[in-house]
Design a binder for this molecule. Sequence first.
Ligand SMILES: Cc1ncc(COP(=O)(O)O)c(C=O)c1O
Length: 386
Amino acid sequence: MPRLAHRTHDFLTFQVVELFKQAQALQTAGKDIISLGIGEPDFTAPPQVVEALERAAAAGLSGYSPPAGLTALREAIAAFYHEQFGARIDPARVIVTAGASGALTLACAALVNTGGEVLMPDPSYPANSNFVLAAGGVPRLIPSTAEKRFQLSAHDVAEHWAPATQGVLVASPSNPTGTSIDHGELAELLAQVRAREGFAIVDEIYLGLSYEGQPRSALTLDDDIIVINSFSKYFHMTGWRLGWMIVPEDMIAPVEKIAASLAICAPTLAQHAALACFAPDALRTFEHRREAFKQRRDYLLPEFERLGLRVPVKPDGAFYIYADIGGLGTDSAAFSQRLLLEAGVAAVPGLDFGPAHGRHTMRFSYATGLDRLEEAVARMGRLLQR
Ligand SMILES: Cc1ncc(COP(=O)(O)O)c(C=O)c1O
């Protein structure tokens, strides 16, 4: 076997991968497993999008697109950002990518130097550390608290910024907590970063799935940041591998240059199909589905409380509940095993999202139908009574 690069060993591996393998094996063996583990909507792309894909394929529109994406799609995304999230942006600043993952890879490739540090909250989406490592940088997880909605604060930036620090990476709403950064606090955080001439990457992949009031993009606060988004969550198109980033004007050409080499372009057929997402009837479908997610959250929160799974901060977006299981007298790794083996419910131990709260927290995803959630709650209830 060839000798692997050092960074290969530095990359984090996730417990969730093992958990899914285990859940799959149980399912194959005939056990009914309810997955509250996966961060993937149970809805799929609506029929308009599937039909648009078929039309594009039949018309042979399957060649490379420009590296930054189809002009019409970049325009549609810019219009969507204005209508939905209040940010007026030039479509030229939209770079279409292979999912938010492609956007985060590009952002880190364009911004992070070898040894450059990137601050992010603990807990965070686990792949974020690996995007930074892939670019040769150093992820620095800053332990957050329920009082800070498990987010990074302006104070954290001031306290933890070191000579090697280059920028911050935050997500609002966040995975695993489903909590957003208060707009005023985000403004203060961005001001601290700007004062240090650093970069701010704001992952808004769950912004469309906000349940308390009209969501606003971080771009309404600061035009000089890098915003990440995707067709995976609000648009229910995970496997289509389509996302985007919105970059400051001066970054367009450098990012296009890197994108042209790393991926040539995002999947072209998926881009043609995604144009259908912005038709009024498709947008209505997405809004109904958002309501369905909200209903599930509103069902689960009191049930969790009743079961003794404490939720330290009410999630206002995404489809996750980050629960504190500290009161159950067990740790998250052991509890997730008991949940899976004894109750047939898969959920992710908090350890995957960072060490600060990992042992006593679990992430539950409600990207599963209400009937299955009710069954999961009943099963957890029986387990916890034992
Ligand atoms: C916060 C966050 N960012 C990015 C991603 C990657 O998403 P995509 O499917 O668009 O690559 C995920 C996926 O779960 C996520 O939770």
